[in-house]
Design a protein around this ligand. Sequence first.
Ligand code: GLP
Length: 254
Amino acid sequence: MDIIIRANAQEVGEAAAQVIAPFVREGKTIGLATGSSPLTTYKELIRLYEEGELSFSNIQAFLLDEYVGLDREDDNSYFKTIRNEFTSHVDFKDSNVHSPDSTDPDPYHAAALYEEKITASGVAIQLLGVGVNGHIGFNEPTSALQGPTKVQALHPQTIKDNARFFNGAIEEVPTHAMTQGLGTITRAENIVLVATGDTKADAVWGIVEGPLTAMCPGSVLQLHPNVTIVVDEAAASRLENVEYYRTMERIRLG
Ligand code: GLP
């Protein structure tokens, strides 16, 4: 695991975009994440596109997750969110952005189909945020560490955290989501996880220095050979080995 610590969210986004950019230049398939954490990364990727340094016209993307029951065009769907925050600002084709079919009357069937689609394509680099309780995608605590794409009942904490996107109305937040499983996510060849702010400090500790446990789903990244964790000072505030990580970054070869 490479740990990169930056002063603030903007620098986190710049560093994460630098990890992703070479894959885009090679036309590789990327995995996209919603949430506020990746926004500065998207901002930087958009800037690189505007500067003429990157093009997404032939890139395929897979989203991590989607709420069950929300149509793609619903303002709170993750497909629409990704379009608003990122893909519509660059030369991404909507038809190249894949997500679980949240309107399938059988979400278990939709989840299985999505798993097949990702397996057939492969993902070269997956961008991740992390929930306050350590969830990645929508894999809540107790998720199988090697599980496939699945239907997940959301943790009350996650529903509370995400109510801000539904005008604060907890009862409006869907109770279920479809998410790439931890097994699906960790089959991506490379992973970059971004986290900012002190509310993420416990989750970041769990992922980097805590035990491997389904109670902190992000800790599964300890098993993956190509992971970069990019955090700001606040999200790194519970880490015990900050100086070691800074030294490792300074002396990293290539
Ligand atoms: C949701 C998403 C996750 C995301 C998490 C944290 O639950 N499914 O992919 O990482 O929120 O969101 P934020 O970055 O807004 O804190």
